[in-house]
Design a protein around this ligand. Structure first.
Ligand SMILES: Nc1ncnc2c1ncn2[C@@H]1O[C@H](COP(=O)(O)OP(=O)(O)OP(=O)(O)O)[C@@H](O)[C@H]1O
Ligand SMILES: [Mg+2]
Length: 325
């Protein structure tokens, strides 16, 4: 649905986006991550035809963002960092105005406006002036204007920034509800939000692509740490030493660290030799020994992986191996 090839954007001599390529499939919901100034907003503005790239190519729904901007805009809904809302208009009038601007047929403008106000939970403030709305409501009006023409693709630039936890949860579930019908790219600095909402992430740093991968495989890939955390029930039959020794015997295992007891289980961190995926064998070893396997997961949070990737990229600008485009 979205194809980006060798995209570069220079502001005078400063390279804000440096030769990045990625693709997003139909129906995907992708987190777009990177430190401040990494180039996220710049990339999003190019994809939404707000400015041309210096080099490279991007297509949305098969249309070139530079050569066919009108077609692209029909297929895309954009929530900018600061939504361009008219403070002196009320919510309903503003959305009616946007609906007309986006060429929604006159006979459907009213129903469509009502529909998005319901969907984005702003119907209760429809006669309020936008200038009088709280940040959370404004953000939802911004989302309503982005989806009013029912676009295939949504580009959301920090949709939950500045919201309180309750508003953030509401906006997040609104985005999750949109996910089925739309292809979504959203930028955010809130990594647990990405884990909750996104299947895939794209990470950029200083204008360069650092990784594009699924959240799960990012957490287990080599380069960041080929490790898993395993929890075995302390039900009397297993002893920490016996479990550790058994895990150490699994082919491909390099090191087993005893991480103590958590809840009902002994916890171990198992590091495997580079390139070896030992998860299946570890699980079988535990079960065959007659112990209860409570959990087998990556010991890393997305936050840790993200920090490792953006730090290493800072030093070497190298792209780590495995699942990276
Ligand atoms: N209009 C502009 N003119 C000159 N430089 C710009 C302009 N807009 C952005 N930049 C620079 O381009 C780089 C990328 O900025 P961008 O806004 O895309 O980052 P970002 O990843 O969205 O950051 P943030 O997380 O802070 O929103 C930054 O170094 C920024 O200073
Ligand atoms: Mg930005």
């Amino acid at each position: 649905m979205i194809q980006v090839e060798g995209l570069t954007k220079k502001y005078a001599r400063h390279v804000a986006v440096n030769n990045i390529s990625f693709s997003v499939d139909k129906g995907d919901i992708v987190g777009f991550l990177g430190p401040n100034g990494a180039g996220k907003t710049t990339t999003m503005r190019i994809l939404t035809c707000f400015m041309p790239p210096t080099e490279g190519k991007a297509t949305v729904a098969g249309f070139d963002v530079f050569e066919q901007p009108f077609e692209v805009k029909k297929h895309i809904g954009y929530l900018p960092e600061n939504p361009p809302l008219y403070p002196e208009m009320n919510v309903r009038d503003y959305l009616t105005f946007v609906a007309r601007l986006k060429n929604i047929p006159a006979s459907q403008v009213k129903s469509r406006t009502e529909e998005v106000m319901e969907r984005c939970a702003v119907a209760d403030v429809k006669t309020k002036l936008i200038s009088k709305l709280s940040k959370g409501y404004r953000q939802r009006v911004g989302l309503a204007q982005a989806i009013i023409h029912n676009p295939d693709v949504l580009i959301l630039d920090e949709p939950t920034s500045g919201l309180d936890p309750k508003q953030r949860t509401e906006t997040r579930s609104l985005i999750q509800n949109l996910a089925g019908e739309h292809t979504i790219i959203l930028s955010t600095h809130i990594l647990p939000e990405v884990e909750a909402v996104c299947r895939k992430v794209i990470i950029i740093n200083k204008g360069r692509l650092v990784a594009t991968d699924s959240v799960e495989s990012l957490k287990t890939r080599t380069g960041v740490g080929n490790a898993v955390q395993i929890q075995v029930e302390t039900n009397g039959q297993a002893s920490a030493t016996a479990v550790q020794q058994r895990l150490e015997q699994v082919a491909g295992v390099k090191k087993v660290l005893d991480r103590g007891i958590a809840g009902d289980g002994f916890v171990f961190e198992v590091e495997s030799q580079p390139g070896r995926n030992t998860r299946g064998d570890l699980a079988r070893a535990v079960v065959h020994a007659g112990w209860n396997l409570l959990e087998l997961k990556s010991p890393y949070t997305l936050e840790e992986v993200y920090l490792a990737l953006t730090d290493s990229a800072e030093e070497s600008a190298a792209v780590p191996a495995g699942g990276v485009q």
